[in-house]
Design a protein around this ligand. Sequence first.
Ligand code: 5GP
Length: 207
Amino acid sequence: MSKGTLAVISGFSGVGKGTVVSRLVKEYPYSLSVSATTRDPRPGEIPDQSYHFISKDRFEELIRDGGLIEWTNYVGNYYGTPRKFIEDEIRQGHDVILEIESDGAFQVRRLYPDAILIYMLPPTFAEVRSRLVGRGTESADKIRSRLAKARDIELDRARQYDFLIVNDDVDTCVKELDKIIRTKSGIRPSQTDLLDKLKKEADSMQL
Ligand code: 5GP
């Protein structure tokens, strides 16, 4: 049996990747990696389905024991991908989706050079801000820090991904994502000015 593929999906928070990814794994035969995190659950999140919500001590123990294939500290909380699920699934030939940020994505690429790294972009930066504000789960300060991070770091990191995808419409985006993973083809960062356009827009925003 051939080994499964790892598809890593990243994007700014507020770009809607959660919605797209949950539709993708519902409608297509992909396995979804559930991350561990030390952040508090948000309303509506289900333990061990949305995340494994664990303590800082437990997280640090997992790091020491090699129980994570990657981990990072993002805006004050730990996030990481449990090793066992990933290894079991790819051994069984299943394709696995990881929804993680860019620091973790590059760690995955180093460990699994065949992994496909896909970066999800919003049509505009203004849209990201209004989605984050609309979600109403975070303070204005936290939103500002997430957006500033997106502008200062994420846009440049997106250039190092294998493929870009724009979340203009959820249905289309889900189909596109499946196609990129199956065919290992799509929009390469070097073939488009999408990132330059977003950078220009972000630079003109007051953060
Ligand atoms: P949120 O707190 O909004 O659920 O997630 C914050 C960020 O952490 C998102 O960019 C999300 O993709 C990322 N993230 C979630 N799980 C993991 C993980 O296991 N590893 C890494 N490196 N990032 C993660």
